[in-house]
Design a protein around this ligand. Sequence first.
Ligand SMILES: [Mg+2]
Ligand SMILES: [Zn+2]
Length: 221
Amino acid sequence: MGGYHPRMLIVADFDGTITEVEPLTYLAARFAPKLYASWEDQLHSGEASLRDVFVSGFSEVTVSAAELVGTAVREVPIRAGFRELIDHARGHGDRLVVLSAGFRQIIEPMLAHGGVGDVELIANEMVVDAGGMRASFRELPTCPVCGEPCKRGDIERLRAEGTPGEHVVLIGDGYSDRCAAEIVDTVFARDPLCGYLDESGVPYVRYDDFAPVVVHLRAIG
Ligand SMILES: [Mg+2]
Ligand SMILES: [Zn+2]
């Protein structure tokens, strides 16, 4: 018996990529509106990292974790075609990984509710204890390129786990996908990632749902 040799590594962001809107942003607007109003400027000015935002975010949320997760499950839909992408990857022998800067405790119930819970997931943890909710981030080295513990290191590690010369695909939409988009073979992007990639000269394929992504992947081989 030979080992498992994936033919392609497909890495998909979760918030705003697999979901139609960003659940963390949606939840913040709903349950921490003042914080929400301050996020975008802080991120664009570089004064805050995504970690800073998430860490401060939970302290501002006034509802229970169960209500937070339940709201995301009920109100944030999974983007059309993700089931087909999972089935395509499985049938093709590809490794499909959901790589999120968000939280497993929110993501897993959303995937399960959308009928797409059977996918590999790498995410951070939302710890709920007597002190309330807090973020527990995975141990990641600080990226030498962007200065944050970003997805680039994850992709390099996942690539090293695969076969040499494996075709690596990133599907993303936002801030957390910028740095990783520079090192993969094919990028599928939605706004606002498209704008960043245009400025950076990184080629990409625009997508609105996953059906054209599957068609494009089939064409790659
Ligand atoms: Mg995203
Ligand atoms: Zn980076």
